[in-house]
Design a protein around this ligand. Sequence first.
Ligand SMILES: Cc1cc2nc3c(=O)[nH]c(=O)nc-3n(C[C@H](O)[C@H](O)[C@H](O)COP(=O)(O)OP(=O)(O)OC[C@H]3O[C@@H](n4cnc5c(N)ncnc54)[C@H](O)[C@@H]3O)c2cc1C
Length: 428
Amino acid sequence: MHPARARVRRVHIVGAGLSGLAAALDLARSGAVEVHLHEATGRAGGRCWSFHDARLDRLIDNGNHLVLSGNGAVLDHCRRIGTFDLLDIAQDAALPFHDLAGGAEWTLRIPDGPVDLLRGRMALPPDVGAGGLVADLARLLTADPTRTVAQTLRRRGAAWDRLWDPLSLAVLNEPPDTGSAVPLAAVLRRTLLKGGRACRPITMPHGLGPTLIAPALRMIEALGARVVWRAPLRAIDRSGDTVQALIFDKTRVPLDPQDAVILAVPAEIAGGLLGRSAPTDGRPILNAHFRVPAAAVAGAPPVIGVLNGLAQWIFVRGDVVSVTVSAADAHGSARADAARLWAEVAQVLRIEGEPHATRLLRETAATFAATPASLAARLPMHTGLRNLVLAGDHVVSPLPSTLEGAVMSGRASARAVLGTLPEPARGS
Ligand SMILES: Cc1cc2nc3c(=O)[nH]c(=O)nc-3n(C[C@H](O)[C@H](O)[C@H](O)COP(=O)(O)OP(=O)(O)OC[C@H]3O[C@@H](n4cnc5c(N)ncnc54)[C@H](O)[C@@H]3O)c2cc1C
């Protein structure tokens, strides 16, 4: 028999990152509950945001975010908040690469389906054969959760250097020697295995904030949600399996029996608030933004993969060139990094001279570590507390730390809450 269930009237969402916003949007749109969104800082977006940088005098993102057309939850989020038309979806599933070691350039092209494949519309990196690729994929798709990408593939060579190493860094923010094979396979299942239609690179020329965050927040507020800024949650007061109150910096918010909580904060903070072990070893990403003469980058592709350098991806947006360095803990001083990254950009894009302005941003905990050990510590959405569920990219799912995972988790938490809560156990 199912336990008795109570209808939820009010939901407190803690954390206004993409997962918290996705949850708030669904709940506010349902019209069935009152929504209170509490955010520790003075802005929404968490690890995904844009700001006007005074040095560049341009709107820049905290970090380049690459989305592929197989990221259905992110696309759906944009449709719901009316920003789908702001996305720049490439016409083909094609990514140009530049190898700084020898200057070689090639394009990785994924065919849409068997007909395109037969027409020769697949293009692999030099010296990478389709047969070896299929064998590698088979290994990854059946990987053991305790194994890394390197332990799963076991062989080095052109496919390793030109595909698996850059893909592991891009998808997992972890080199293949330490990154888990299972979340890489999960991303491949949603993209590469579905063919080119799921692999078109998507960029956001208007910025992450205007495309994913600000319109969502506006919609949530317009639907009557109450947003409380600079309200860090410090503790959770509970009795038995029920949260009794949320203790913020300045206020204690008591919960009624028909109140529920969605805790949409990063893994380490959720683990601390719940007294549970969670992935705590966040991984950094370094981004360098250079303002350059617009003419110098006219016609450049919006995204370019780079091999054998410090830079891994170059994004071009108007007259700003932004460079991503994933798994960035091993790198040196900001000044040395900026000079080296600019030299690499100049080589790839064939630009002479110096940039007009430079901004270096290091996000120290951009993603949770996608190592087998860290993934095994992910917390599930249901925590054992009857009126609290978790949301966030870190919550148990097949995906690594991604926008897609954050949106999916936020929406799942909203569904869980709207599915109503079990009645409190007798005596609690
Ligand atoms: C530089 C960089 C590059 C990235 N590149 C990509 C990419 O290419 N593709 C991709 O898909 N993903 C990428 N990501 C990952 C992506 O940004 C995250 O997976 C996603 O934004 C996580 O959203 P979230 O809501 O789960 O968590 P968060 O964004 O961390 O949101 C949590 C929110 O909770 C708030 N909070 C924390 N503690 C408290 C508290 N005690 N009380 C109240 N509020 C609190 C925080 O301030 C924050 O607003 C990148 C991330 C970074 C930083």
